[in-house]
Design a protein around this ligand. Structure first.
Ligand code: AMP
Length: 284
């Protein structure tokens, strides 16, 4: 691997060690696309955007144990590193950073990054500790790779707000680029977890985005009306069990402002054993 450092070739460089990654990151300007792997078109859209904007594109693949709660799907999270490497290369990645858990969290690791007020609402209520895990691993990746730009998806809207706040609060010298949600033809937001769905669940899951679009298309920006429109639209799909739906100010995730700002309408729902999230942004 090391003989490749200093040359950005046609080949995809696969890096596992932190020091190896740091050395490769001498190629600049650099765009980082952090993922948990099992890549789909959503991830690839981020990689392509990074390819357009940066001389060097690094994709990290790390299923981060810190952001999974007890009883969640850490162990069975889908993994296919060889397919990921092929897809990432075609989309324009120069290097894959695929550290082992012990490389990022060696014995004695004790530090946590918390973004108070953002980590403890919406997804944070449902998944305690999740966002501390996200913020901590991203702080580490930013310190290791020091990218000029980092690319993330609007699919995980709260994550994007949280990471934006962390970047600002901790002065990471990076620009966060948030890219639109990529959807299947029937509207289902692409997600590695869609692989868990059987055929019947997969068909039913399209109701999630339909409900969000229906609420958006009412033209209302009233939070109660938007949330109610989603609930009502999902009543007719018994396989989709809504966990929460919430309208928030899209920039801060605080309460919807009466007159200004975009509205984020976000939800989590269970389809069989699979938990899915989705959202739409409503402009005034
Ligand atoms: P994950 O591998 O699920 O941690 O996702 C890695 C990155 O890809 C995150 O920034 C996600 O927001 C983004 N992402 C995941 N799914 C989509 C999608 N359907 N459209 C756009 N971005 C996505």
């Amino acid at each position: 691997m090391f003989d490749k450092i200093g040359v950005v070739s046609d080949e995809l460089v696969v890096l596992g060690g932190v020091e190896e990654m740091r050395a490769f990151a001498a190629h600049r300007p650099l765009g980082l696309v952090p993922t948990m792997g099992y890549l789909h078109e959503g991830h690839l859209s981020l990689i392509r955007r990074a390819r357009e904007e940066c001389a060097t594109v690094v994709v990290s693949i790390f299923v981060n144990p810190l952001q999974f709660g007890p009883g969640e799907d850490f162990e069975r999270y889908p993994r296919d590193p060889e397919r990921d490497a092929a897809l990432a290369k075609v989309a324009g990645a120069d290097a894959l950073f695929m550290p082992e858990v012990a490389a990022l969290y060696p014995e004695g690791f004790a530090t946590e990054v918390r973004v108070r007020g953002v980590e403890d609402i919406l997804e944070g209520t449902a998944r305690p500790g999740h966002f501390a895990g996200v913020a901590t691993v991203l702080a580490k990746l930013l310190n290791i790779v020091v990218p000029e730009r980092m690319y993330m998806g609007q699919k995980d809207a709260q994550q994007a707000v949280l990471v934006g706040r962390m970047i600002r609060d901790l002065n990471f010298p990076v620009r966060l680029v948030v890219c639109p949600t990529v959807r299947e033809p029937d509207g289902l937001a692409m997600s590695s977890r869609n692989a868990y769905l059987d055929a019947e669940e997969r068909a039913a899951a399209a109701a999630i985005s339909r409900a969000l679009f229906a609420a958006r298309d009412t033209g209302s920006v009233d939070p109660d009306a938007l949330e109610e429109a989603v609930r009502e639209a999902l009543v007719s799909e018994p396989l989709v069990v809504l966990e929460y739906v919430s309208a928030n100010d899209a920039a801060t995730l605080g309460p919807v402002k009466p007159k200004t700002g975009e509205v984020l309408l976000s939800l989590a729902a269970h389809v069989g054993k699979t938990r899915l999230i989705d959202n739409v942004v409503i402009k005034r």
